[in-house]
Design a protein around this ligand. Sequence first.
Ligand code: HEM
Ligand code: FES
Length: 343
Amino acid sequence: MSAGYHAVGWSRQKKIYDGVLAGSVGLYLAVFLSIGTVLHPEATAETLLIRAFGTAAFCLLHVILVIGPLCRIDPRFLPLLYNRRHLGVTMCVLAMAHGGFSLFQFHALGVLDPLVSVLVSDGSFREVSTMPFQVFGVAALFILFLMAATSHDFWLANLTAPTWKALHLLVYFAYALLVIHVVFGAARIAHGTWIGGLTGLGAAVLVGLQLIAAGRERPLDEEVKADNSDWVDACAIDEIPEKRAKIVTIGGERIAIFKYDGKVSAVSNICQHQNGPLGEGRILDGCITCPWHGYQYLPDCGASPPPFTEKIPTFAVQLRQGRVLVDRKARPAGTRIEPARIA
Ligand code: HEM
Ligand code: FES
């Protein structure tokens, strides 16, 4: 969270996460290179390495992109989200190895500087089979590098959450560039049809999961029916599980109403870190705890416990005959509001 710069806190969960990640990447590369050597004895070591690193990075990018919608569909996937940036940095390192070997193999031995050569001497737009494709890989790698280099919370705090989030949404643009890179690249080689087919399948899975997740979330955006008064009848108190929340939408804004220790408080549903859904989190140690990366907020004032400084807007709450009424006017982030007491 916001208090200061710490290199990396190695919890047991992080060690397991990174161990599984390193093991899976190592296994993938070993299997790819072994099978590649048997099936293509004529291929050079550089060619096999280029293909192993390129496909590993592209597959890992798919894994990274499916985690978001999977978590919105089923919270059991949330542990994967917690350290997703480790996947991003690993993917960037694999992509840099692929790009580096490609520059060396295809562009280092001519008269041009390799970085100039990759931009100007890579086919022509006259036919599909000669389309330049490496320039799309270069552009994507530039974005992936920017994202990996700014992935630490130190940059999140310094760039501010909205700028950081906008920068990291560029991953979808990088993905589109890579689809072009791989499909145009595949058009040049004999076994390219199945590479193009697999890329199409990957894109279909990603789009499909995003659509399913959006469909699941649509009921959350249904406005609570209300007249013009400030107090909106949001839900019955019994609908909220202890130390959890009910998410309602009032005036286009998602609000999380928490029940805890005989009290009820309402806050904005949007976490300051990366817009995580606070209402899907729990109250742990007296704090609303974001399900995505564990940022915490006190339920009555929406402020993170000291020494942290994040704040979210709060909403006044009343209880009447077993119903929870919420004032539709948000209070400024961090404003304390006395919780409603359950009789
Ligand atoms: C400097 C940036 C890049 C350059 C110069 C580059 C170059 C190349 C080249 C020359 C190939 C064809 C290799 C072959 O003969 O099979 C290729 C294919 C491929 N690239 Fe890249 N690439 C770059 C960035 C990326 C990035 C960032 C990714 C993914 C994250 C990526 C993923 C792939 C994949 C999946 C293939 C198809 C598999 C293969 O044939 O190797 N590339 N790239
Ligand atoms: S979005 Fe990361 S902690 Fe909430």
